[in-house]
Design a protein around this ligand. Structure first.
Ligand code: SF4
Ligand code: SF4
Length: 95
């Protein structure tokens, strides 16, 4: 299941997507993110899932474009700490 966190505005679409089928709840994204946007917890989409899953904190979803800006300037292809830390490749960004 793809869980999308973010928003759209006139300048584009700003979502972080976590593939919950790939995420094993290891927490390495949370350790790597300098802005502390990840939390590891219960899967609210799939209540039958037993292992924890990564999510973006609710307070960060509406401002993710700005929160991520220091390590993800728009148009840059610099490797991102969260994506690099995630060995199963569960994290993608829409911008
Ligand atoms: S690093 Fe990847 S696999 Fe680990 S909790 Fe984060 S999203 Fe899930
Ligand atoms: S791009 Fe940077 S600030 Fe945004 S979630 Fe990834 S590590 Fe955190």
């Amino acid at each position: 299941m793809l869980a999308n966190y973010g928003f759209k505005d006139g300048s584009g679409s700003f979502f972080i997507t976590i593939d919950t089928d790939k995420c094993d709840g290891c927490g390495k994204c949370a350790e790597a993110c300098p802005e502390d946007v990840f939390e590891i917890g219960e899967d609210e989409i799939d209540p039958f899932r037993e292992e924890p899953v990564a999510k973006i904190k609710k307070e960060d979803t509406k401002k993710i474009k700005f929160t991520c800006a220091p390590c993800k300037p728009i148009g840059s292809d610099t490797p991102l700490p969260c994506v690099t830390a995630c060995e199963p490749g569960a994290i993608t960004h829409s911008w």
